[in-house]
Design a protein around this ligand. Structure first.
Ligand SMILES: [Mg+2]
Length: 204
C-alpha cells in the first residue's frame, strides 16, 4: 500500500512571503490612497487575498484592488521570497516514504506556481485558491495523512479532515494559538519535520 499524501500550506509554511505580501499591500495603499494597516494584514496572514482586501475596500472595489495587488506581487515575489528552513527536506522526506507531497494554499494558482518555482520547490500536486473548510475538503478527497500549516485555520482544516495536524510557528501564530485550534504537534520550523514524520510513519 502506498503511503497517504501529505499536504503543506505554502505561505509562511514552506516559503517566507511576508515581505512580498506586505510590500504588495503597501503598493496597493500607495496606488489607491486607501490606508492599509500592516498589523491588521499580518494578523490574518493566510486568508484569501480578496477576503483581506474586503477589510479595506468596499465590495465593488475589491476586484480592482486584487488586480493592483497582483501587479505588485508579481514584481516583488521573486526578489523578496525565501525558502523557510527545512522546507526542501520536508518535501523530500515525504517522497522518500513513497508518498505525494501536495501544496494546498489560499494563493492564486499563478502566484503559487511563481512562488514555488522561484523558491526551487516542487509540489507533486498544487491545490490553489482554497482556505479554511475548503482546505479540509481537499485533504479529505486526497485521504491525506498529515497537513502542515502555520495558521489556526490550517489546524482546524486538518482536524476536520481527520489528518494529523502539524503546526509551524514560522508565520504569525504561536504554539498556543495552533494547539488551541487542534494541532497535534507544533514545530518551530519545518527543520523538525523529517523526524516527526518518521515517527508518524512508524506508528501507523
Ligand atoms: Mg500560511
Amino acid at each position: 500500500m502506498t503511503a497517504a499524501p501529505v499536504g503543506f500550506d505554502l505561505d509562511m509554511t514552506l516559503i517566507d512571503s511576508r515581505r512580498a505580501i506586505m510590500g504588495s499591500f503597501a503598493g496597493v495603499a500607495a496606488d489607491t490612497g486607501v490606508p492599509i494597516d500592516p498589523a491588521g494584514v499580518d494578523s490574518r496572514l493566510g486568508i484569501k487575498l480578496e477576503d483581506e482586501l474586503a477589510f479595506w475596500f468596499p465590495a465593488e472595489q475589491v476586484p480592482g484592488a486584487v488586480r493592483t495587488y497582483r501587479e505588485h506581487y508579481l514584481r516583488l515575489s521573486g526578489p523578496l521570497t525565501t525558502v523557510l528552513p527545512g522546507a526542501r527536506e520536508a518535501l523530500a522526506a515525504v517522497r522518500a516514504n513513497g508518498a505525494r507531497a501536495v501544496v494546498i494554499t489560499a494563493k492564486y494558482e499563478v502566484t503559487a506556481r511563481l512562488s514555488l518555482d522561484g523558491a526551487g520547490l516542487h509540489a507533486d500536486e498544487l491545490f490553489p485558491g482554497v482556505h479554511g473548510p475548503e482546505k479540509a475538503a481537499v485533504l479529505t478527497a486526497l485521504g491525506a495523512a498529515v497537513y502542515v500549516g502555520d495558521t489556526p485555520a490550517d489546524m482546524a482544516a486538518a482536524v476536520e479532515a481527520g489528518a494529523h495536524a502539524v503546526g509551524v510557528t514560522t508565520g504569525s501564530f504561536t504554539d498556543r494559538d495552533l494547539l488551541a485550534a487542534g494541532a497535534d504537534q507544533v514545530l518551530a520550523s519545518l527543520a523538525g519535520f523529517p523526524v516527526l514524520y518518521a515517527s508518524l510513519t512508524i506508528s501507523t
